[in-house]
Design a protein. Structure first.
Length: 162
């Protein structure tokens, strides 16, 4: 069964816990045939603008530079196929990096056959967030009287004044 990386949105954007759960992203780890076959289009569809720019520069350099130095068309096709292979293997990692750079948080890895099973497993095992502790009031910060039988911390065993 494939693994899915779980990313949760930043708290500022998510709002309530329900909205955060709805915006949670599950990225399937594994090979992406769409990224392999349609490299540039896939990058544009996923809005990975910097990798798209890098892809276009490398692709143009291989295409035009390879012809200038005399690399055969088969060699150029292999080089461009290797770029597609790289994106097929690492495309989802690029999406993950983009989201983490925008403030999304890594929430874990879940295994499941399909996205429904993955979502169910993640939300079933996710423990509810603990309620925040109440802030101490000035009255609660007052010292409590010592109980009988407790020693005094420090060098002197008894609490006597001079």
């Amino acid at each position: 069964m494939p693994f899915h990386t779980v990313l949760t949105p930043p708290a500022a954007r998510a709002g309530s816990a329900t909205e955060q759960a709805e915006k949670t992203v599950f990225l399937k780890d594994g090979f992406s045939f769409a990224a392999f076959l349609f490299t540039g289009l896939w990058l544009a569809y996923k809005r990975l603008w910097l990798p798209l720019l890098a892809f276009a520069v490398v692709w143009a350099a291989i295409g035009f530079g390879g012809r200038q130095i005399g690399i055969s068309p088969l060699g150029l096709a292999i080089a461009q196929g290797l770029i597609g292979l790289f994106l097929g293997l690492e495309g989802h990692a690029l999406i993950e990096r983009k989201l983490i750079a925008k403030g999304w948080r890594f929430a874990g890895v879940v295994e499941g056959r399909d996205i429904d099973m993955v979502e169910r497993r993640y939300f079933e095992t996710k423990a509810p967030l603990p309620e925040p502790a109440p802030s101490p009031t000035p009255f609660a910060l007052q010292m409590q009287p010592q109980q009988q039988g407790q020693g005094v911390l420090g060098l002197f065993p008894e609490a006597r004044g001079r």
